[in-house]
Structures are given as C-alpha cells and as structure tokens.
Design a protein around this ligand. Structure first.
Ligand SMILES: C=C(O[C@@H]1C=C(C(=O)O)C=C[C@H]1O)C(=O)O
Length: 452
C-alpha cells in the first residue's frame, strides 16, 4: 500500500539560527533528544539533529516522489533566517532499498522512506558552529522560536567537554543469517545465470546479528568512525521508537556517494571492485596495482560507471566520467570513478536519487532481474541497507550516500550488513572473504580484543 503521512501539511515553518562557540560533536550528540540525526560528509558541514519538528513518511514505489512533494510543501511556507548557508534548515533521512520492504527484524520501525526536520540542528562548518531552531505548526510564531533559540544556545554553550569515552562494548554472540554452504549455492546459482546471459551482474549481501555485552555509545562510535574514515559519509538515523521495543539506530560510515546536487551541478561516484589493505606500504601498493589491473574487477566496476552515466543522460546534456582510480580506506581499497554532470534544467535531488537507485554497485544488471535474484537469494530483508540516506534543502539541493558499512543497533543487539558484486568469474569463497572485510568498520566498533 502506498501512503504518505506528514504532520506538516498546511502549516507554517519558522527557522532561526545563531553562531555558537564551537561545541564538541560528541557532547552535542550525547545531549541530543531522540530521534537523533547525524550527517557528516567530506567537504560538507557536519550536522547533529535533535528531535523532530516534522516527520515525512512514505512507502512503496512512489516513496521518492511522495517525499519530494511533502518536502516542497513543508519548505513552501518557510519563514527562515539562517545567517549562513550551512545552518539553513534541512530534512534528513532515507529510503528502504526495495519498494516493497517487509519491515521484518531489525527494520520494524523503518518505513519505506522517512525524513526528519529536526527541532534543533547544530552545524559545524570551516571552524564555525551554528545552532538552528525549527518549528512547524499552525500556530508557530517567530518570537517563541527566537526565545527557544536563546535557550538552546545557552544550553549548548554550557555543555561540558567530551569527558571520558566509551570503547567498544564487546560481542558475546554472533549469528550469520547466511550459512557458508548456502552462500556458495547462492553465488554459484547467480554465476550460472550470468553465464547463461540472463544476468550481467548481481550484488549479494549477508547480515550478521550480534549480541553486545553492553549498549553502544553512538557519540563515541561516530567520533571514532570520523577519525578512521575521514573520506566516508557518516550517518545516524533514528525512527520514533515503538513502546514495546528499544530505540533503533541505523548508522554507518560509507565510502559511496549516490549523488549530490547543488545548482545544476551533479556529482556522483562509481565505486565497485574491492581488495584488502596490505601490512606494509609496499604490499598496499601491490594490492592497489593488482586491483587496478584485474579484469574481473574492472568489468564489475565499468558496468557501474557506464550505467550511472546512462541514467544521468536524460537529465544532462554532458556527463563527464573521470578516470578509474583506487580509493584507499582504512580496511579496504576500491576502484573508484568520479562522475560529474550539468543539468539541462532545474531538478530536485530526489528525482536524481530515484533515477539512480539502486546503481549496479548495490543492485545489478539488468536491474529488475538483479532485484528478483536478490529477493530470491537473500534470506533477510535489506531494509535501509545499501539504500539512499542523506539530506534535502528548500532549494531541492542535497547529498545522498549509499548506506553501506552500516548496522542497526537496538538495545544490546546489532545487525550488520555487507555485500559483494557477483560477475561471471566470481569465486564464492573469495566473495565470502570480501563480505567479512566489509563488516570490519562497524565490527571494530563492537568487538573488544579477545572476542571471537
Ligand atoms: C555492497 C557493498 O559494497 C559495494 C560493493 C563493492 C564490490 O563488490 O566490490 C564495492 C563497493 C560497494 O559499491 C557493501 O559494502 O556492502
């Protein structure tokens, strides 16, 4: 069923911002109210959102256009004084991977699309920080918002420094949703479909449920992920919790940008093809060169770059595909091609998100057959894993990342997700190892030394 729920219809929006003496990210996030939001991307302002002044929810295959319309109507009534571009009010959220997401565990509280307009938004940019207070409703008035802004500034200015940090909680038990033998069968079946010409590529994923020895401190986790993966997109999204379950938190540090739009300039990345990191700089370099020369990885990657360029072509007269290179992260190295385009006309970022998702970096080719193969093979629901997460502003600009290297934490459990591209010469055991490597960024935040 397709549905759209918004508590913003026919209401007014008031937003005010003031500069802050730069607070610590960790202290602000620790003090934030649920639902909390984090967005931190290379070359962009970092944002922490606290609470929800409005929530936009949609489901089904029209979830992208429903959110776009709801966002446009929310921002249409805006009385906004931001003071600086970075502090302007924005909506933060994301989408489910499949149009018919089932909301099985751990995704019970995650609809097909959900965006939050935070009550309080703290933004860090170029050494400065700002607080923005938002209100939405029929009776909102600027004076009330301005007095809330004074109180929020005082509250944030008085937050104590970071204090002691919490390390990984430790893992007491783990359960794979895909047994090794089933993985082999699934990959072999996909390979034979590819060899028969039925499919060209499919991305198959696994999920890993872990029990934690304590709760996860997300302010500490996201701070450390920022240090270890500065070139990645860090995010945290939290739906309203149901009364019967602890608050779920979907978070991650993904290397993959789906799309960013500013003015008529579109930037995106093809990211596919993976190898590990070496023990020494020489071994690192050797692995990078082997990845760059490897035909299987080049094929897997080029399908992604070509498809993204094709999908952008109805929007843009010129699409420029850069040269293929290697992106080195703390735990893996990927083949990466930057792609830019200039739009022929103004577009909303969500039109581009809808056209691009899922790229063959996380879905496959041809798209419908790949999605059906994913559905038949994976014994779990992807939920929001490998789907777009990001932000939208009043102009329809925004940035979306592909929610990889991610997990849902809830109380003292977490579910991690990771996948790999399968092509004709994929080997099930090597692909299994690659999945384990892609769990590392999140698993390193959960495990303690000695956990097995
Ligand atoms: C699917 C994932 O990663 C994607 C698949 C890759 C590959 O198959 O080489 C590389 C980067 C991502 O596009 C994941 O991290 O879960």
């Amino acid at each position: 069923m397709e549905s759209l729920r918004t508590d913003a219809a026919e209401t007014d929006l008031v937003s005010r911002s003031v500069p802050l003496s730069t607070p610590s990210f960790r202290a602000v996030l620790r003090d934030a109210d649920a639902p909390r939001t984090v967005w931190s991307a290379p070359e962009e302002a970092t944002v922490v959102g606290s609470g929800a002044a409005a929530t936009l929810i949609a489901d089904g295959s029209s979830r992208f256009s429903s959110i776009r319309e709801a966002a446009e109507s929310l921002f249409a009534s805006g009385d906004v004084h931001a003071g600086t571009e970075a502090a302007r009010p924005r909506l933060f959220g994301g989408f489910a991977f499949h149009a018919d997401s089932t909301s099985g565990p751990p995704w019970e509280d995650f609809p097909g699309a959900r965006f939050v307009f935070p009550r309080v938004q703290v933004t860090w940019t170029d050494g400065d920080a700002w607080v923005t207070v938002n209100a939405v409703g029929r009776d909102v008035d600027p004076d009330t918002v301005e007095s809330r802004l004074d109180r929020e500034r005082e509250r944030i200015d008085s937050l104590r420094g970071p204090g002691s940090t919490a390390g990984p909680p430790g893992v007491t038990d783990r359960r794979r949703t895909t047994a090794r033998a089933d993985w082999r069968t699934g990959v072999e079946a996909a390979v034979s479909r590819i060899k028969s010409g039925d499919l060209r590529k499919v991305v198959l994923a696994q999920a890993l449920d872990v029990d934690l020895a304590g709760t996860l401190s997300l302010p500490d986790v996201l701070t450390r992920l920022g240090r270890a993966y500065p070139e990645c997109y860090r995010f945290l999204v939290e739906p309203e919790p149901s009364e019967s379950r602890p608050q779920p938190s979907f978070f991650g540090a993904t290397p993959e940008r789906l799309v960013s739009l500013r003015g008529r300039t579109v930037e995106t990345d093809a990211l596919a093809g993976t190898t590990g990191r070496g023990e020494t700089p020489a071994e690192d370099e050797w692995l990078a060169q082997e990845l760059a020369r490897d035909e299987k990885n080049a094929h897997e990657h080029d399908l992604v770059a070509e498809t993204i360029a094709e999908q952008l072509s109805p929007f843009a007269g010129t699409v420029s595909t850069g040269s293929r290179r290697v992106k080195r992260l703390a735990t893996v190295q990927h083949l990466w091609t930057p792609i830019t385009a200039t739009l022929d006309r103004d577009e909303h970022v969500l039109s581009l998100v809808e056209a691009l998702h899922p790229t063959p970096a996380v879905g496959g080719l041809p798209p419908e057959r790949a999605l059906a193969t994913i559905r038949e093979t994976e014994p779990f629901d992807r939920g929001w894993y490998a789907a777009p997460v990001g932000w939208i502003d009043a102009a329809g600009y925004g940035t979306f990342a592909v929610a990889l290297r991610s997990a849902v934490a809830r109380g003292d459990t977490a579910t991690l997700f990771a996948g790999v591209g399968i092509v004709a010469d994929s080997d099930p055991d090597r692909e299994w190892d690659e999945v384990q490597l892609k769990y590392r960024p999140i698993l390193d935040e959960l495990e303690r030394e000695g956990d097995d």
